[in-house]
Ligand binder design. Structure first.
Ligand code: BGC
Ligand code: BGC
Length: 454
């Protein structure tokens, strides 16, 4: 018997799946697309685990009809995908490439015909290289260029799109891309990366204004959240965990939901007049990406990586593993209760300032391959999803207003620095033949969605 019973979901609860442009589209030089920081990063030897790149990925650019048909079979209400900025504005600023927008026009039409609500994210990490050459998110201008791009997209697609997501996970771009250099653009600025956080948040705020002036219905953002667990009960550990929690969760959520940075960071951010009002403008919903909790203690040197990310020397934190829980293919801890905890913490911290929540990402990597009969029996993914949906329901029962759930991901795809080794899809992709095979979890999710509709 599945834990996540399907009764008593609110009537209009939105079931969906998520993807991102660079992870699935391929076609990186077609129809005038300009290079992004990820094209550049992948070309540098040693940056991506298997030497892979998004140059072909799932070839979704040419196979989107087949992928929309899969979603129709799955029975989702909505599809969260991302629009590649370098397709729309190849130089990052200036000329808009109509041919790039044509692709999203076709995709959106195909979705609407299938009765699936398109929910685009405007930035899922593929900064145009031309902007990175001028400093990328470390410089303020990038936020304004982003808002101009948002306006161009809304001008073309706004007649068919009601729900928008500005930016995906500003924390990861700041931390992994600008502080640690394990993601594009590969900069290792450590605390000098902080302006990248502020400028993405400012870009978000300016894009919200641009989208609303263009008549957008509902606007949100997708922020990664991970409950921080202290390694031990002592003051040193709990203080270290609290400091890490601020960096990991509140540095991004506080300005968005209260219009102010946490006190420890306020002085370090290049804030100008009006920025915080734009960043803190009321959102129609708040997107939460949840994968698992993080265990943090004082000291350093005891752990050289956390969730596959190398921990630099000299940080005042240690990351002891979370023991006695299952792990995903990535080695990430499987802790469904962490999702309930995170949602309740958000509700407690922000009260009525927290708009309705969307789970914009949740999922797991397991590299299950087809068996002799060609079936992919990914039981561990089903267990993960079942338990996380039950955990979400638990939070809803306790008063958190959750409006939708977008599973990461529809397809196995290019998992950034981990290349193609980590498979997050409900649908298996054979990267040689591009054959798509729905896994057992696909059929499970389809039944779950259908069941929730009674
Ligand atoms: C986070 C994810 C993140 C991953 C890699 C996980 O703990 O929850 O959002 O992408 O680590 O840093
Ligand atoms: C990102 C996705 C990524 C997923 C799994 C999130 O951090 O938004 O692009 O594939 O986690 O790592």
């Amino acid at each position: 018997m599945d834990k996540a019973s399907t009764d008593s979901y609110p009537d209009r609860f939105m079931w969906g799946v998520s993807t991102a442009a660079y992870q699935i589209e391929g076609a990186v030089t077609e129809d005038g697309r300009g290079p992004s920081v990820w094209d550049t990063f992948c070309a540098e030897p040693g940056k991506v685990a298997d030497g892979g790149s998004g140059a072909v990925a799932c070839d979704h650019y040419h196979r989107y009809r087949e992928d929309v048909a899969l979603m129709r079979e799955l029975g989702v209400d909505a599809y969260r995908f991302s629009i590649a900025w370098p397709r729309v504005v190849p130089g990052g600023t200036g000329e808009v490439n109509a041919a790039g927008l044509d692709f999203y026009d076709r995709l959106v039409d195909e979705l609407c015909e299938a009765g699936i609500t398109p929910v685009p994210t405007l930035f899922h990490w593929d900064t145009p290289q031309a902007l990175e050459d001028r400093g990328g998110w470390l410089v303020r201008d990038t936020a304004y260029h982003f808002a101009d791009y948002a306006a161009s997209v809304a001008g073309r697609l706004g007649d068919r799109i009601d729900q928008w997501i500005t930016i995906n996970e500003p924390r990861e771009v700041t931390l992994l891309g600008y502080a640690l250099g394990v993601h594009a653009p590969g900069r290792t600025g450590m605390f000098e990366a902080l302006p990248a956080a502020h400028h993405q948040l400012l870009g978000h705020g300016l894009a919200v204004q641009a989208l609303r002036s263009a008549g957008a219905g509902q606007v949100g953002i997708a922020v990664s959240h991970s409950p921080t667990w202290s390694a031990g009960p002592g003051a040193e550990d709990t203080e270290a965990a609290a400091a890490f929690d601020t960096l990991n969760n509140w540095l991004f959520a506080d300005p968005l939901l209260t219009g102010a940075y946490p006190a420890d960071f306020a002085e370090l951010m290049p804030v100008q007049d009006g920025d915080l009002a734009a960043i803190g403008a009321r959102l129609d919903w708040y997107g939460v990406n949840y994968y698992g909790p993080t265990r943090v203690g004082a000291g350093s040197g005891e752990s050289d990586e956390v969730d596959g990310v190398p921990v630099p020397e000299g940080l005042p934190f240690s990351f002891p593993p979370i023991e006695d829980v299952p792990q995903t293919g990535f080695g990430w801890p499987v802790v469904p209760g962490g999702l309930t905890e995170m949602l309740l913490t958000l509700r407690e911290r922000y009260g009525d300032r927290l708009p309705p929540v969307m789970i914009t990402e949740n999922g797991c990597s397991y590299a299950d391959a087809p068996d002799a009969a060609g079936r992919i029996l990914d039981r561990r993914r089903i267990d993960y999803l079942d338990a996380h949906l039950a955990a979400m329901r638990d939070a809803m029962d306790k008063g958190v207003d959750v409006h939708g759930y977008f599973l990461w991901s529809l397809l196995d795809n290019f998992e950034w620095a981990a290349g193609f080794e980590q498979r997050f899809g409900l649908v298996h992709v054979d990267y040689e033949s591009q054959a798509r095979t729905p896994k057992e979890s696909f059929h499970w999710y389809a039944r779950h969605i259908a069941g929730s509709r009674g």
